[in-house]
Write a protein of this length. Structure first.
Length: 155
């Protein structure tokens, strides 16, 4: 089973994410403090970290540095949640190893799309059924979530 550490200062976001991840068959651990997250990663690294970029006091950067310090085979996949698509910040995040970005406010479908696209979860039966029903009815399937292009910041 895939394990995910959810790091966010909001208990509501962490609980929602944990519930959605549980529905995807992913075991979620909620951590609200960047220092505790780094310590937990070093002891028992998860397969993936769902990390809030907008944590106070640059907490996300602390976590990314802590993850980068782990042995290569113990580094989890990083999925970032963010409220703004700031090109410079997203370039920093991508350079730090972030595999995907989910913009807030997000829903269960967006989380599912991101985790399935990265191979971290199997598609929910409801998604597969929606696609087969649409195909059988000869109707187009709603497009998958659009990923915001990450442009290189000007030097």
């Amino acid at each position: 089973m895939t394990t995910c550490m959810v790091i966010d200062e909001s208990d509501i976001i962490m609980s929602f994410a944990a519930e959605v991840l549980g529905d995807l068959g992913v075991e979620a651990r909620k951590v609200g403090d960047p220092d505790a997250a780094i310590k937990t990663c070093a002891e028992t690294p998860p397969d993936v970290i769902l990390l809030d970029w907008d944590m106070p006091a640059l907490g996300a950067m602390q976590v990314m540095k802590g993850v980068a310090a782990l042995e290569a085979d113990k580094r989890p996949t990083l999925v970032l949640t963010a409220t703004e698509n700031d090109l410079h910040e997203m370039a920093i995040a991508r350079a730090a190893g972030v595999a995907d970005v989910i913009f807030k406010p997000f829903d269960a479908f967006q989380m599912s799309e991101a985790f399935c696209a990265l191979g971290l979860a199997a598609p929910e039966p409801a998604q597969a059924d929606r696609k087969s029903r649409a195909k059988a009815a000869d109707k187009p399937v709603a497009p998958a979530r659009q990923r915001a292009p990450v442009k290189k910041a000007a030097s």
